[in-house]
Design a protein around this ligand. Structure first.
Ligand code: PMP
Length: 430
């Protein structure tokens, strides 16, 4: 059939339109992604997991609690009773904010570190989340526009960087030392952002047994940081997964125990019970609570009923305080094994932090060594760590390494350090 030029042109336009809608080939997705995905890159840690989990590799890379220390039989019995006795609610949809029973328990847990009714904590202002990770994601959804600045410790938690980058925010790192985040540097960062006309939305901080640095903000600095933020009208997101894992007395009271306004406090049962259940929470200012619930309902409808019941049962029927003591003792022993091995085996010029709780040690390599470039050699020597670059938004951190001590037993930790030190000696010699 003969067709006119005009028909041909229309046909071409239609085809072109088709192509625009469906892309040139169906396996090419690159120009279909939303622009916000440009900030999404694979976490260096996740990429490492596959190699690091091979049995011949000593992994100092992860951040996993030592779940084998849980009384698994008793937890199993609890779970099956839970299904039989509470199955009709545990296996049903629930409310977006989380069950009232669990929110009560969460308040009891927070009260142990001073976030109690006198500090304005109430089950009404708790939102149950899918781990601390969803808590951070909800906070980002609520507060971050593209281009907003988030201030965070340098280095900071890699999962928070992922969330803030996905929200197209810019993370500006504030330096830390062995007393934690530096309040003078925080003020300077705020002044600098103000000079550049950048809007700072909040300070994201992990004040206690920080991930990845293992340092803890001192009492004195807690008050100074609060004062700086209060003067600037700056919201604080306090991420506190580790404070119950203290090896030397009690951890300093959280920021939220010292001030009730302007702080979103994020907690989780991942490190004190089990990360596989994926239960965390936000204690939010009352005015923010409803929006968080709406955002969470749009995201997940409601947190897992089964997981919430499981945590609630665990906290009401099992000796969970004893279990935290067990974790503390276990990790203290492993921390000591790591610090001893580092002292005995690391080449001169290497320094590291001495955490008094939590899961991590942060190491400064001798000048000239690059933790990312060294990684393939370390894997060949059957030891894994996380290069420091994963914990900065700006690509710095090549001179650092994060070491985990919660998962491998002491003799494996020492063997891992021996292998790592060997790799470093070799690098220094070339
Ligand atoms: N915040 C920090 C500082 C963390 O280290 C982690 C986990 N490693 C999380 C939040 C998220 O943990 P989860 O989602 O398991 O509660």
């Amino acid at each position: 059939m003969l067709v006119s030029d005009a028909d041909m042109a229309l046909h071409d336009v239609a085809l072109w339109g088709d192509r625009r809608m469906t892309g040139t080939t169906l396996d090419d997705y690159t120009d279909r992604y939303a622009s916000r995905t440009r900030g999404m890159t694979a976490s260096e840690i996740r990429a490492l997991f596959a190699v690091a989990s091979r049995p011949e590799v000593v992994s100092l890379a992860g951040g996993s609690p030592y779940i084998a220390a849980l009384p698994l039989d008793a937890v199993g019995d609890m779970m099956s009773r839970l299904t039989v006795e509470h199955g009709t609610s545990a296996l049903q949809y629930g409310i977006g904010q989380g069950t009232p029973e669990l929110r009560e328990r969460i308040c009891e847990v927070m009260a142990l570190s001073g976030i109690d009714a006198s500090a304005g904590a109430s089950p009404d202002d708790v939102v149950v989340t899918v781990g601390g990770q969803q808590a951070l994601d909800l906070i980002a959804r609520l507060f971050l526009d593209p281009g907003d600045v988030v201030l965070a410790e340098g280095p900071t938690y890699v999962g928070a960087l992922g969330v803030f980058q996905a929200a197209q925010a810019q993370v500006v790192h504030v330096p830390m030392d062995d007393r934690g985040l530096d309040p003078v540097a925080l003020q300077a960062a705020l002044d600098d952002c103000a000079r550049r006309g950048r809007r700072v939305k909040f300070l994201y901080t992990i004040p206690t047994f920080q991930n990845p640095a293992g340092v803890t903000l001192t009492d004195e600095r807690r008050d100074q940081i609060l004062a700086v933020c209060e003067r600037a009208g700056l919201l604080i997101v306090e991420d506190d997964p580790y404070s119950q894992l203290s090896f030397e007395g009690e951890a300093p009271r959280p920021l939220r125990a010292r001030r009730r306004d302007g702080i979103l406090y994020v907690g989780t049962f991942s490190k004190t019970f089990a990360p596989g259940l994926r239960v965390g929470w936000i204690l939010a200012p009352h005015a923010v609570r409803d929006k968080l619930v709406i955002a969470s309902e749009a995201n997940i409808l409601c947190p897992s009923g089964f997981a919430q019941h499981a945590v609630n049962q665990y906290l009401t029927t099992m000796p969970w305080r004893e279990q935290i003591k067990t974790y503390r003792e276990l990790y203290r022993e492993r921390r000591d094994a790591l610090l001893d091995a580092l002292r005995d085996l690391m080449p001169a010029g290497t320094t590291w932090t001495r955490p008094s709780g939590g899961l991590f040690v942060w190491m400064n390599l001798p000048p000239g060594l690059d933790s990312k470039a060294m990684m393939p050699r370390a894997i060949a020597a059957r030891v894994a760590y996380v290069p420091g670059t994963g914990f900065y938004a700006d690509g710095t951190g090549a001179g650092n390494i994060r070491l985990n001590f919660s998962f491998p037993p002491p003799e494996r930790i020492r063997e891992g350090v021996r292998r790592l030190a060997g790799v470093m000696e070799q690098e220094l010699a070339t």
